[in-house]
Write a protein that binds this ligand. Structure first.
Ligand code: ZN
Length: 446
Protein backbone atom coordinates (compact mmCIF):
# COMPACT_ATOMS: atom_id res chain seq x y z
CA UNK A 1 0.00 0.00 0.00
CA UNK A 2 1.26 3.48 -0.85
CA UNK A 3 -0.04 6.02 1.70
CA UNK A 4 -1.96 8.92 0.15
CA UNK A 5 -1.49 7.49 -3.35
CA UNK A 6 -4.05 9.86 -4.98
CA UNK A 7 -1.75 12.74 -4.00
CA UNK A 8 1.42 11.21 -5.53
CA UNK A 9 2.51 12.30 -8.99
CA UNK A 10 1.04 10.82 -12.15
CA UNK A 11 4.14 8.67 -12.89
CA UNK A 12 3.98 7.00 -9.48
CA UNK A 13 0.27 6.29 -9.95
CA UNK A 14 0.79 4.88 -13.47
CA UNK A 15 3.68 2.68 -12.31
CA UNK A 16 1.66 1.04 -9.56
CA UNK A 17 -1.28 0.61 -11.95
CA UNK A 18 0.96 -1.22 -14.46
CA UNK A 19 2.46 -3.42 -11.76
CA UNK A 20 -0.94 -4.42 -10.36
CA UNK A 21 -2.48 -4.89 -13.80
CA UNK A 22 0.30 -7.29 -14.77
CA UNK A 23 -0.29 -9.40 -11.65
CA UNK A 24 -4.07 -9.27 -12.20
CA UNK A 25 -3.59 -10.53 -15.76
CA UNK A 26 -1.44 -13.45 -14.54
CA UNK A 27 -4.20 -14.38 -12.09
CA UNK A 28 -7.04 -14.04 -14.61
CA UNK A 29 -5.33 -16.13 -17.31
CA UNK A 30 -4.66 -18.91 -14.76
CA UNK A 31 -7.39 -18.72 -12.17
CA UNK A 32 -10.46 -16.84 -13.44
CA UNK A 33 -13.07 -19.29 -14.83
CA UNK A 34 -14.87 -16.75 -17.05
CA UNK A 35 -11.82 -15.01 -18.50
CA UNK A 36 -9.74 -18.19 -18.86
CA UNK A 37 -12.47 -19.64 -21.10
CA UNK A 38 -13.18 -16.41 -22.91
CA UNK A 39 -9.51 -15.68 -23.65
CA UNK A 40 -9.04 -19.22 -24.94
CA UNK A 41 -12.06 -18.87 -27.22
CA UNK A 42 -10.64 -15.57 -28.52
CA UNK A 43 -7.19 -17.03 -29.05
CA UNK A 44 -5.75 -14.47 -26.64
CA UNK A 45 -2.60 -15.45 -24.74
CA UNK A 46 -0.95 -13.80 -21.72
CA UNK A 47 1.89 -12.50 -23.89
CA UNK A 48 -0.56 -10.46 -25.98
CA UNK A 49 -1.30 -8.19 -23.02
CA UNK A 50 2.01 -6.45 -22.34
CA UNK A 51 0.73 -3.37 -20.51
CA UNK A 52 -2.38 -1.22 -19.94
CA UNK A 53 -1.79 0.03 -23.51
CA UNK A 54 -3.13 -3.35 -24.64
CA UNK A 55 -6.22 -3.32 -22.42
CA UNK A 56 -8.45 -2.63 -25.42
CA UNK A 57 -7.73 -6.20 -26.58
CA UNK A 58 -9.77 -7.50 -23.63
CA UNK A 59 -13.50 -7.94 -24.18
CA UNK A 60 -15.97 -5.54 -22.58
CA UNK A 61 -18.31 -7.30 -20.14
CA UNK A 62 -21.77 -6.06 -19.24
CA UNK A 63 -23.77 -6.25 -16.02
CA UNK A 64 -25.80 -8.91 -17.83
CA UNK A 65 -22.74 -11.11 -18.51
CA UNK A 66 -21.73 -10.89 -14.86
CA UNK A 67 -25.25 -11.37 -13.45
CA UNK A 68 -25.81 -14.46 -15.63
CA UNK A 69 -23.04 -16.44 -13.90
CA UNK A 70 -21.47 -14.48 -11.03
CA UNK A 71 -19.57 -17.49 -9.60
CA UNK A 72 -17.51 -17.67 -12.83
CA UNK A 73 -16.12 -14.20 -11.97
CA UNK A 74 -14.55 -15.34 -8.68
CA UNK A 75 -10.86 -16.27 -8.71
CA UNK A 76 -9.70 -19.75 -7.74
CA UNK A 77 -7.34 -18.82 -4.93
CA UNK A 78 -5.91 -22.14 -3.68
CA UNK A 79 -2.20 -21.71 -3.03
CA UNK A 80 -2.23 -17.90 -3.06
CA UNK A 81 -1.44 -15.73 -0.01
CA UNK A 82 -3.59 -16.78 2.97
CA UNK A 83 -5.65 -13.56 2.98
CA UNK A 84 -6.76 -14.35 -0.58
CA UNK A 85 -8.05 -17.82 0.31
CA UNK A 86 -10.51 -16.66 2.98
CA UNK A 87 -13.96 -15.38 2.01
CA UNK A 88 -14.62 -12.27 4.09
CA UNK A 89 -18.14 -11.39 2.93
CA UNK A 90 -20.56 -11.26 0.03
CA UNK A 91 -22.21 -7.96 -0.90
CA UNK A 92 -24.94 -7.56 -3.49
CA UNK A 93 -25.60 -5.14 -6.30
CA UNK A 94 -28.59 -2.90 -5.68
CA UNK A 95 -29.13 -2.59 -9.44
CA UNK A 96 -32.38 -1.24 -10.75
CA UNK A 97 -32.24 -3.41 -13.87
CA UNK A 98 -34.64 -5.90 -12.31
CA UNK A 99 -34.15 -9.48 -11.30
CA UNK A 100 -32.15 -10.72 -8.35
CA UNK A 101 -29.20 -8.82 -6.92
CA UNK A 102 -25.80 -10.13 -8.05
CA UNK A 103 -23.36 -11.39 -5.39
CA UNK A 104 -19.96 -9.69 -5.18
CA UNK A 105 -17.42 -11.76 -3.23
CA UNK A 106 -14.62 -10.21 -1.19
CA UNK A 107 -11.76 -12.17 0.33
CA UNK A 108 -9.94 -10.95 3.42
CA UNK A 109 -7.30 -9.51 1.06
CA UNK A 110 -10.06 -7.51 -0.69
CA UNK A 111 -11.57 -6.29 2.56
CA UNK A 112 -8.21 -4.94 3.70
CA UNK A 113 -7.90 -3.17 0.35
CA UNK A 114 -11.45 -1.80 0.75
CA UNK A 115 -10.42 -0.26 4.06
CA UNK A 116 -7.53 1.49 2.32
CA UNK A 117 -9.77 2.75 -0.48
CA UNK A 118 -12.34 4.06 1.99
CA UNK A 119 -9.69 5.71 4.17
CA UNK A 120 -8.43 7.60 1.12
CA UNK A 121 -11.95 8.53 0.02
CA UNK A 122 -12.64 10.12 3.41
CA UNK A 123 -9.30 11.91 3.26
CA UNK A 124 -10.25 13.39 -0.13
CA UNK A 125 -13.66 14.35 1.32
CA UNK A 126 -11.84 16.19 4.12
CA UNK A 127 -13.40 14.34 7.02
CA UNK A 128 -12.01 15.47 10.38
CA UNK A 129 -11.12 13.49 13.48
CA UNK A 130 -13.88 15.38 15.30
CA UNK A 131 -16.63 14.29 12.87
CA UNK A 132 -19.45 11.96 13.82
CA UNK A 133 -21.13 10.06 11.00
CA UNK A 134 -24.80 9.13 10.78
CA UNK A 135 -24.99 6.06 8.53
CA UNK A 136 -28.46 6.51 7.01
CA UNK A 137 -28.23 3.49 4.71
CA UNK A 138 -31.21 1.22 5.35
CA UNK A 139 -31.37 -2.35 6.54
CA UNK A 140 -32.11 -4.59 3.56
CA UNK A 141 -32.68 -8.25 2.78
CA UNK A 142 -29.37 -8.63 0.95
CA UNK A 143 -26.19 -7.23 2.48
CA UNK A 144 -24.82 -4.40 0.33
CA UNK A 145 -21.80 -2.15 0.23
CA UNK A 146 -23.15 1.26 1.20
CA UNK A 147 -24.38 0.11 4.62
CA UNK A 148 -21.37 -2.02 5.57
CA UNK A 149 -18.58 0.02 4.02
CA UNK A 150 -19.80 3.26 5.60
CA UNK A 151 -19.20 1.66 8.99
CA UNK A 152 -15.84 0.22 7.85
CA UNK A 153 -14.77 3.63 6.52
CA UNK A 154 -15.40 5.24 9.91
CA UNK A 155 -13.59 2.41 11.69
CA UNK A 156 -10.43 2.90 9.65
CA UNK A 157 -10.53 6.63 10.36
CA UNK A 158 -11.23 5.98 14.07
CA UNK A 159 -14.28 8.23 14.17
CA UNK A 160 -17.71 7.47 15.68
CA UNK A 161 -20.51 6.20 13.46
CA UNK A 162 -24.15 5.65 14.39
CA UNK A 163 -26.39 3.46 12.20
CA UNK A 164 -30.05 3.97 13.17
CA UNK A 165 -31.31 1.17 10.82
CA UNK A 166 -34.11 2.65 8.76
CA UNK A 167 -35.95 0.24 6.46
CA UNK A 168 -38.27 -2.70 7.02
CA UNK A 169 -36.79 -5.61 5.10
CA UNK A 170 -38.74 -8.45 6.73
CA UNK A 171 -41.28 -9.50 9.36
CA UNK A 172 -38.38 -11.03 11.25
CA UNK A 173 -36.46 -7.79 11.64
CA UNK A 174 -37.57 -5.86 14.71
CA UNK A 175 -35.24 -2.87 14.93
CA UNK A 176 -36.47 -0.61 12.15
CA UNK A 177 -36.21 3.09 12.91
CA UNK A 178 -38.93 5.29 11.43
CA UNK A 179 -38.17 8.73 10.03
CA UNK A 180 -38.65 10.57 13.34
CA UNK A 181 -36.45 8.11 15.21
CA UNK A 182 -33.70 8.63 12.66
CA UNK A 183 -34.04 12.43 12.97
CA UNK A 184 -33.90 12.06 16.76
CA UNK A 185 -30.79 9.84 16.57
CA UNK A 186 -28.95 12.45 14.49
CA UNK A 187 -29.89 15.23 16.93
CA UNK A 188 -29.07 13.20 20.05
CA UNK A 189 -25.65 12.03 18.84
CA UNK A 190 -24.75 15.45 17.36
CA UNK A 191 -23.80 13.79 14.08
CA UNK A 192 -21.91 16.13 11.75
CA UNK A 193 -22.05 14.04 8.55
CA UNK A 194 -25.26 12.61 7.05
CA UNK A 195 -24.36 9.68 4.80
CA UNK A 196 -27.00 8.03 2.62
CA UNK A 197 -29.05 7.88 -0.54
CA UNK A 198 -29.85 11.37 -1.86
CA UNK A 199 -33.65 11.18 -1.65
CA UNK A 200 -33.56 9.79 1.88
CA UNK A 201 -31.13 12.40 3.16
CA UNK A 202 -33.37 15.07 1.63
CA UNK A 203 -36.42 13.64 3.40
CA UNK A 204 -34.53 13.64 6.72
CA UNK A 205 -33.68 17.33 6.23
CA UNK A 206 -37.30 18.21 5.37
CA UNK A 207 -38.54 16.42 8.49
CA UNK A 208 -35.84 17.84 10.78
CA UNK A 209 -36.80 21.38 9.80
CA UNK A 210 -40.48 20.66 10.42
CA UNK A 211 -39.95 19.30 13.94
CA UNK A 212 -37.21 21.83 14.70
CA UNK A 213 -34.68 19.09 15.50
CA UNK A 214 -31.24 20.07 16.76
CA UNK A 215 -29.10 19.54 13.66
CA UNK A 216 -26.64 22.24 14.69
CA UNK A 217 -23.63 19.93 14.32
CA UNK A 218 -24.48 18.91 10.73
CA UNK A 219 -21.86 20.21 8.29
CA UNK A 220 -21.68 17.67 5.47
CA UNK A 221 -23.97 15.36 3.55
CA UNK A 222 -22.42 12.44 1.69
CA UNK A 223 -25.00 11.45 -0.89
CA UNK A 224 -24.90 8.57 -3.30
CA UNK A 225 -27.03 6.19 -5.34
CA UNK A 226 -28.80 8.79 -7.47
CA UNK A 227 -27.69 11.43 -9.93
CA UNK A 228 -27.54 14.86 -8.27
CA UNK A 229 -28.19 17.89 -10.45
CA UNK A 230 -26.90 21.31 -9.46
CA UNK A 231 -30.47 22.25 -8.52
CA UNK A 232 -30.69 19.21 -6.23
CA UNK A 233 -27.34 20.12 -4.68
CA UNK A 234 -28.53 23.69 -4.09
CA UNK A 235 -31.82 22.49 -2.57
CA UNK A 236 -30.00 20.14 -0.15
CA UNK A 237 -27.34 22.72 0.72
CA UNK A 238 -29.93 25.39 1.54
CA UNK A 239 -31.89 22.96 3.70
CA UNK A 240 -28.71 22.02 5.60
CA UNK A 241 -27.62 25.61 6.07
CA UNK A 242 -31.02 26.56 7.54
CA UNK A 243 -30.81 23.92 10.31
CA UNK A 244 -27.14 22.90 10.44
CA UNK A 245 -23.79 24.65 10.18
CA UNK A 246 -23.88 27.81 8.04
CA UNK A 247 -21.00 26.44 5.94
CA UNK A 248 -22.66 23.07 5.29
CA UNK A 249 -22.03 21.46 1.94
CA UNK A 250 -23.07 18.44 -0.07
CA UNK A 251 -20.49 15.93 -1.22
CA UNK A 252 -21.66 13.62 -3.98
CA UNK A 253 -20.15 10.27 -4.84
CA UNK A 254 -20.35 8.12 -7.93
CA UNK A 255 -20.15 4.65 -6.48
CA UNK A 256 -20.76 1.04 -7.39
CA UNK A 257 -21.09 -2.25 -5.55
CA UNK A 258 -18.29 -3.45 -7.80
CA UNK A 259 -15.96 -0.94 -6.10
CA UNK A 260 -17.05 -1.13 -2.43
CA UNK A 261 -16.18 2.58 -2.24
CA UNK A 262 -17.14 5.63 -4.27
CA UNK A 263 -15.34 8.03 -6.51
CA UNK A 264 -15.72 11.22 -4.47
CA UNK A 265 -15.58 15.00 -4.54
CA UNK A 266 -13.02 16.98 -2.56
CA UNK A 267 -15.40 19.98 -2.71
CA UNK A 268 -18.67 20.66 -4.53
CA UNK A 269 -18.20 20.47 -8.29
CA UNK A 270 -14.59 19.20 -8.19
CA UNK A 271 -15.35 15.98 -10.08
CA UNK A 272 -15.29 12.45 -8.68
CA UNK A 273 -11.79 11.39 -7.62
CA UNK A 274 -10.73 7.75 -7.93
CA UNK A 275 -9.63 7.10 -4.32
CA UNK A 276 -7.67 3.95 -5.18
CA UNK A 277 -6.00 4.11 -8.59
CA UNK A 278 -4.01 1.03 -7.52
CA UNK A 279 -7.31 -0.92 -7.27
CA UNK A 280 -9.41 0.60 -10.05
CA UNK A 281 -8.54 1.46 -13.62
CA UNK A 282 -11.22 3.46 -15.40
CA UNK A 283 -11.66 3.96 -19.12
CA UNK A 284 -14.17 5.89 -21.16
CA UNK A 285 -15.00 4.01 -24.33
CA UNK A 286 -17.01 4.51 -27.47
CA UNK A 287 -20.40 2.88 -26.79
CA UNK A 288 -20.37 1.07 -30.16
CA UNK A 289 -16.74 0.21 -30.98
CA UNK A 290 -15.63 -0.07 -27.30
CA UNK A 291 -12.38 1.69 -28.25
CA UNK A 292 -10.97 3.93 -25.49
CA UNK A 293 -11.82 7.64 -25.94
CA UNK A 294 -9.43 10.50 -25.15
CA UNK A 295 -9.56 12.33 -21.80
CA UNK A 296 -12.43 14.77 -21.48
CA UNK A 297 -14.67 13.03 -24.02
CA UNK A 298 -17.97 11.61 -22.79
CA UNK A 299 -18.66 7.93 -23.37
CA UNK A 300 -19.38 4.67 -21.58
CA UNK A 301 -17.60 4.32 -18.21
CA UNK A 302 -15.69 1.06 -17.85
CA UNK A 303 -14.03 -0.40 -14.73
CA UNK A 304 -11.10 -2.82 -14.49
CA UNK A 305 -10.09 -4.30 -11.14
CA UNK A 306 -6.34 -4.13 -10.63
CA UNK A 307 -5.89 -5.87 -7.29
CA UNK A 308 -8.70 -8.21 -6.27
CA UNK A 309 -8.82 -11.87 -5.25
CA UNK A 310 -12.59 -12.54 -4.91
CA UNK A 311 -14.90 -11.28 -7.67
CA UNK A 312 -12.73 -9.83 -10.46
CA UNK A 313 -14.11 -7.80 -13.36
CA UNK A 314 -12.10 -6.57 -16.33
CA UNK A 315 -13.39 -3.87 -18.66
CA UNK A 316 -16.74 -3.95 -16.94
CA UNK A 317 -19.29 -1.53 -18.35
CA UNK A 318 -20.84 0.44 -15.48
CA UNK A 319 -23.78 1.42 -17.70
CA UNK A 320 -23.22 5.18 -17.38
CA UNK A 321 -22.08 7.98 -19.61
CA UNK A 322 -19.17 9.95 -18.17
CA UNK A 323 -15.89 11.73 -18.95
CA UNK A 324 -12.50 11.41 -17.25
CA UNK A 325 -9.64 13.82 -16.60
CA UNK A 326 -6.03 13.10 -15.56
CA UNK A 327 -5.21 16.74 -14.81
CA UNK A 328 -4.17 17.71 -11.32
CA UNK A 329 -7.21 18.70 -9.24
CA UNK A 330 -7.04 22.49 -8.78
CA UNK A 331 -8.86 22.19 -5.42
CA UNK A 332 -7.00 19.45 -3.51
CA UNK A 333 -3.89 18.96 -5.64
CA UNK A 334 -4.38 15.24 -6.20
CA UNK A 335 -3.24 13.54 -9.41
CA UNK A 336 -5.65 10.65 -9.36
CA UNK A 337 -8.11 10.36 -12.25
CA UNK A 338 -11.47 12.11 -11.85
CA UNK A 339 -14.86 11.76 -13.50
CA UNK A 340 -16.01 15.21 -14.57
CA UNK A 341 -19.68 16.12 -14.81
CA UNK A 342 -22.25 13.86 -13.17
CA UNK A 343 -22.23 10.45 -14.83
CA UNK A 344 -25.67 9.72 -16.28
CA UNK A 345 -27.59 6.78 -17.64
CA UNK A 346 -27.42 6.34 -21.37
CA UNK A 347 -31.20 6.24 -21.81
CA UNK A 348 -32.43 9.41 -20.09
CA UNK A 349 -34.69 10.89 -22.76
CA UNK A 350 -38.35 9.90 -23.19
CA UNK A 351 -40.89 10.73 -25.83
CA UNK A 352 -44.20 12.20 -24.62
CA UNK A 353 -46.86 13.35 -27.10
CA UNK A 354 -44.13 13.33 -29.73
CA UNK A 355 -41.88 15.64 -27.69
CA UNK A 356 -38.45 14.40 -26.55
CA UNK A 357 -38.27 15.16 -22.82
CA UNK A 358 -35.46 14.93 -20.28
CA UNK A 359 -37.04 14.17 -16.87
CA UNK A 360 -34.04 15.80 -15.15
CA UNK A 361 -35.07 19.16 -16.59
CA UNK A 362 -38.49 18.84 -14.93
CA UNK A 363 -36.85 17.80 -11.66
CA UNK A 364 -34.68 20.92 -11.73
CA UNK A 365 -37.74 23.13 -12.33
CA UNK A 366 -39.59 21.57 -9.39
CA UNK A 367 -36.61 22.15 -7.10
CA UNK A 368 -36.15 25.77 -8.15
CA UNK A 369 -37.91 27.62 -5.31
CA UNK A 370 -37.89 25.18 -2.38
CA UNK A 371 -41.69 24.96 -2.30
CA UNK A 372 -41.92 21.40 -3.53
CA UNK A 373 -41.15 18.66 -0.99
CA UNK A 374 -41.49 15.18 -2.44
CA UNK A 375 -42.33 14.84 -6.11
CA UNK A 376 -42.87 12.24 -8.80
CA UNK A 377 -43.20 12.56 -12.56
CA UNK A 378 -45.51 9.99 -14.16
CA UNK A 379 -46.00 9.37 -17.85
CA UNK A 380 -49.03 7.24 -18.69
CA UNK A 381 -51.97 7.05 -21.11
CA UNK A 382 -55.20 9.02 -20.74
CA UNK A 383 -57.03 5.73 -20.97
CA UNK A 384 -54.93 2.91 -19.56
CA UNK A 385 -56.95 0.26 -21.44
CA UNK A 386 -56.53 1.93 -24.81
CA UNK A 387 -53.03 1.62 -26.23
CA UNK A 388 -53.80 4.28 -28.80
CA UNK A 389 -55.00 6.92 -26.36
CA UNK A 390 -52.89 10.00 -25.90
CA UNK A 391 -49.85 10.23 -23.56
CA UNK A 392 -50.08 12.46 -20.53
CA UNK A 393 -47.66 13.77 -17.92
CA UNK A 394 -48.76 13.84 -14.29
CA UNK A 395 -46.80 15.55 -11.53
CA UNK A 396 -47.54 14.18 -8.06
CA UNK A 397 -46.45 16.94 -5.69
CA UNK A 398 -46.15 17.49 -1.96
CA UNK A 399 -46.47 21.29 -1.87
CA UNK A 400 -45.91 23.98 0.70
CA UNK A 401 -49.07 26.08 1.36
CA UNK A 402 -47.65 29.10 -0.50
CA UNK A 403 -46.79 27.15 -3.66
CA UNK A 404 -48.61 28.03 -6.87
CA UNK A 405 -49.58 24.87 -8.80
CA UNK A 406 -50.69 26.86 -11.87
CA UNK A 407 -47.26 28.51 -12.10
CA UNK A 408 -45.62 25.07 -11.96
CA UNK A 409 -47.85 23.82 -14.79
CA UNK A 410 -46.91 26.80 -16.92
CA UNK A 411 -43.13 26.57 -16.22
CA UNK A 412 -43.05 22.88 -17.10
CA UNK A 413 -45.19 23.44 -20.22
CA UNK A 414 -42.85 26.14 -21.50
CA UNK A 415 -39.73 24.04 -20.83
CA UNK A 416 -40.95 20.75 -22.28
CA UNK A 417 -43.78 21.56 -24.67
CA UNK A 418 -46.12 19.27 -22.72
CA UNK A 419 -48.75 20.59 -20.34
CA UNK A 420 -48.60 18.52 -17.13
CA UNK A 421 -51.47 17.61 -14.80
CA UNK A 422 -50.55 18.58 -11.22
CA UNK A 423 -51.94 16.39 -8.44
CA UNK A 424 -51.32 17.35 -4.83
CA UNK A 425 -50.81 14.21 -2.76
CA UNK A 426 -49.58 13.03 0.63
CA UNK A 427 -45.80 12.88 0.94
CA UNK A 428 -45.70 9.20 1.92
CA UNK A 429 -47.73 8.30 -1.18
CA UNK A 430 -44.85 9.51 -3.35
CA UNK A 431 -41.92 8.20 -1.32
CA UNK A 432 -42.21 6.18 1.86
CA UNK A 433 -38.65 5.89 3.16
CA UNK A 434 -39.70 3.09 5.51
CA UNK A 435 -40.53 0.91 2.53
CA UNK A 436 -38.12 1.71 -0.28
CA UNK A 437 -34.45 2.51 -0.56
CA UNK A 438 -34.74 5.27 -3.14
CA UNK A 439 -37.44 7.69 -4.24
CA UNK A 440 -38.70 6.83 -7.69
CA UNK A 441 -38.75 10.30 -9.24
CA UNK A 442 -39.79 9.22 -12.71
CA UNK A 443 -42.20 6.52 -13.83
CA UNK A 444 -43.08 5.64 -17.39
CA UNK A 445 -46.23 3.49 -17.15
CA UNK A 446 -46.95 3.20 -20.87
ZN1 ZN B 1 -9.71 17.48 -5.59
Amino acid sequence: MIPALPFKDRDTISAVQEKNFSRMMDLCFERHPFYRDRFKAMGLSRGDIRSLEDIHLLPLVSKKDYAAIPSAFTLETDGLEEEATIQWDVMHTTGTSGGRPTPFVSTTYDFYNTLTANQRALEIRRVKGSDIVANLCPMTLHPYGAYHRTIAACNVLKIPVVSPLPGRPSDHFHWSANLDEVVDTIARTKASILWGVTSYVRRILIRAEEVDADFSAVRLAFVTGEAVSEEMRRDLTERMRRIGQPVSSVNVSYAATEMQVGTVECCPGSGYHNPAPDHFYFEIVDPKSHEPLPAGQRGLSVLTHLDRRGTVLLRYSMGDFAALTYEQCPHCGSWTDRFVGMPSRADDLVKVKGMLINPDVITDLLLADGKVGEFQIIIDRENADDRLSSDRMRLLLDLKPDADPEAIVETVRVATGVRPIVEEVERAQIFDPDRTLKAKRFKDLR
